[in-house]
Design a protein around this ligand. Structure first.
Ligand SMILES: [Zn+2]
Length: 284
């Protein structure tokens, strides 16, 4: 059964480890992520963006939820179905009505007060029905957009004091912060503001979320987890591995479809497993 992410994130926060949120665009990818999580005996948060519906096997949102529910039944780990970057209150209503167990309301491009207002409204809707809510303050912008689906812009770092007010006023279960990561690939070397992250963590005391973790490096991610990050969003590195595996396989003289699919599957499972292992760190 799918579950909300608040229980697993709070446990992760208290024990000092992180949980991966890989984004899927079809059932094949969701299946790869479930297998990786099962192999590591770890919970997993399956992230799905509003725009992905046209690429997935789900005809409607409700249909998509049913497909994921059925797929997840084969695994003994906690599985969360999370709306990634919900663009509006209406999008969150749609996801919650369809059966998503968690939503992100991304008001990070809005003025502070408006972001708080819409986030609070989503929490008021979601909490009574047991759905968890992630908000974002500051703005994680876009690097190179080779693999990212959707649009974004320049980053704006999170202010720790505003984060404290935001969390207090909205009651979100988790807060996405902007501390130097980007969506897509980095232009140049990543520079992650670990001190800023530690300040935010001290002020808000709830699970923090790192968007755009791909390419940041395992060591830095580990240090982020030691500073309150409990949910780590990964897409670009998984897409990269998938394509890197696919291209040479397709160029073989006699490409065999079953082998191609199997190789892609294994490559993505291994890549996600490497992240899941990194997230299982002790508090420093
Ligand atoms: Zn994101």
């Amino acid at each position: 059964m799918l579950q909300s992410m608040s229980t697993i994130l709070n446990e992760a926060y208290n024990k000092g480890y992180g949980i991966a949120q890989p984004d899927f665009i079809n059932m094949g990818m969701a299946y790869m992520y479930l297998e990786a999580a099962q192999r590591a005996n770890s919970p997993v948060i399956l992230g799905f963006g509003e725009d992905y519906l046209k690429h997935s096997e789900g005809v409607t949102w409700r249909h998509l939820v049913k497909l994921i529910e059925t797929l997840a039944e084969g695994y003994s780990i906690p599985v969360v179905l999370h709306l990634d970057h919900g663009s509006s209150y209406e999008a969150c209503v749609q996801a919650i009505s369809a059966g998503f167990t968690s939503v992100m309301i991304d008001g990070s491009a809005l003025p502070f007060e408006e972001n708080m207002e819409v986030t609070k409204k989503v929490v008021e809707l979601a909490r009574p029905v047991g759905v968890s809510v992630e908000g974002e303050l500051g703005h994680v912008g876009k690097g190179e957009d080779t693999f990212h689906i959707g649009s974004s812009d320049e980053s704006k770092l999170t202010d720790p004091e505003l984060a404290r007010i935001f969390v207090e006023q909205t009651g979100v279960d988790a807060l996405a912060v902007s501390v130097g990561t980007v969506h897509g690939e980095y232009r140049g070397k990543p520079h992650i503001h670990l001190d800023l992250l530690a300040d935010i963590n001290k002020k808000v005391q709830i699970p923090l979320v790192l968007h755009g973790a791909s390419g940041t490096g395992h060591d830095i991610i580990r240090q982020c987890v030691q500073r309150g990050v409990c949910k780590v969003n990964i897409y670009t590195d998984l897409a990269k591995v998938l394509i890197q595996q696919l291209v040479p396989d397709l160029k073989r003289e006699k490409p065999d479809l079953i082998t191609i699919i199997e190789n892609v599957h294994q490559a993505v499972v291994e890549e996600l497993l490497s992240y899941i292992k990194v997230l299982k760190v002790d508090k420093g």
